[in-house]
Design a binder for this molecule. Structure first.
Ligand SMILES: CCCC(=O)SCCNC(=O)CCNC(=O)[C@H](O)C(C)(C)COP(=O)(O)OP(=O)(O)OC[C@H]1O[C@@H](n2cnc3c(N)ncnc32)[C@H](O)[C@@H]1OP(=O)(O)O
Length: 311
């Protein structure tokens, strides 16, 4: 009889605990718990840890004459997937670009005919305990990349997958090789976007398309990606892969980097400021400050003297 009483009490206790946990669980509470893991990251400490995961590099070439920089992911044997060391490299290259006074534009590409196949899966295997820290580090780097006062383009050749697709959304534009493919395949790999793509895709394409891209894991051809609005330009089929960087430079220079570096940096900074400060008066104040820097200056005087017609 005592045994039956103990059994009933245990069952009641278990049922009560289950009922309570159902009542107190909510997506919000679990999101808050998750967010507390990545709040206030110590980026220096994370950098030291990431540096230990070796392999590959991220290189930068700045051209003072054209004002176009090229940042290259260099891990071709693994389709330019990103190791911890490459993440640190990229953070440093972005810091260099933040200080580049004469810059107008930036092209990001991969070596060996592929853009980037996401996180290096060897690194991922070793860093399974480390997701929040890595995401915080990547959020910092890719947000700084996104906000550079340069017009940036991702040149998508070969495969652009997972974190690679996320990286491409940190650029202002995406130019795609006609045979290339792009997909946010994270969900297929048992995770969600960790390098900021959800936030950037919602801004870029809206909630509906962002949800479609991220929940389907669909890998798109260049034509399909153009149709989705994910890509801005497809390079001609007739070009050899080795000619595509030059063509991309021409596309960027003639469309978005044809004018004075200070003016381009002024335009891009105003756009970024306005995105980050949606309050109209604050945004207008910044726009006025940038505008008055140029008004009455040598560039305006030269343009007026040239009597330009915009036909
Ligand atoms: C935190 C970030 C979250 C994410 O990024 S989730 C997405 C992670 N990425 C992936 O799952 C990509 C898996 N790989 C693939 O689908 C294919 O390898 C890919 C990229 C379509 C290329 O296909 P193919 O051109 O046929 O070449 P392949 O498969 O023979 O690959 C060549 C060598 O590259 C390696 N590789 C490709 N992507 C990698 C990656 N992300 N991490 C580590 N190694 C990677 C691949 O294992 C192969 O190496 P090996 O020749 O077998 O030694």
């Amino acid at each position: 009889m005592i045994k039956i009483n103990i059994l009933i009490a245990t069952l009641i206790n278990m049922a009560t605990r289950l009922f309570k946990s159902i009542l107190t669980w909510s997506p919000q509470s679990s999101v808050s718990r998750f967010l507390s893991v990545i709040n206030q990251p110590d980026l220096l400490a994370i950098r030291k840890d990431l540096q230990k995961f070796e392999g590959g590099s991220v290189d930068l070439h700045t051209d003072e004459e054209t004002g176009i920089a090229v940042m290259t992911l260099n891990n071709p044997e693994k389709r330019n997937s990103l190791t911890g060391k490459m993440m640190v490299d990229m953070a440093d290259r972005v810091s260099q670009l933040e200080k580049w006074a004469n810059g107008r534009g930036l092209i990001v590409l991969g070596t060996g005919g592929h853009f980037c196949s996401g996180g290096d899966l060897t690194f991922v295997q070793k860093a399974l305990h480390y997701g929040g820290e890595m995401a915080a580090f990547q959020h910092d780097t890719l947000t700084r990349l996104h906000n550079l006062p340069l017009v940036s383009v991702a040149l998508l050749q070969g495969h652009t997958l997972g974190g690679g697709a996320e990286l491409s959304t940190a650029c202002d534009f995406r130019v795609m090789s006609s045979t290339a493919r792009i997909g946010f395949v994270q969900i297929k790999m048992g995770v969600t976007a960790g390098w900021g793509a959800t936030t950037r895709l919602v801004h870029l394409l809206g909630r509906h398309k962002a949800l479609g891209l991220l929940s389907s894991a669909k890998v798109f051809s260049a034509e399909e990606a153009l149709g989705e609005g994910l890509v801005d330009h497809i390079l001609p089929y007739s070009l050899a892969q080795s000619e595509e960087l030059d063509e991309c430079k021409k596309w960027l220079s003639s469309n978005y980097c044809a004018y004075d570096a200070d003016l381009i940096q002024g335009v891009k900074s105003s756009v970024v400021y306005s995105e980050l400060n949606p309050d109209i008066n604050t945004s207008l104040k910044f726009e006025r400050e940038v505008f008055t820097k140029f008004w009455g200056g040598p560039l305006q005087k030269a343009a007026l003297a040239a009597k330009i017609k915009h036909k």
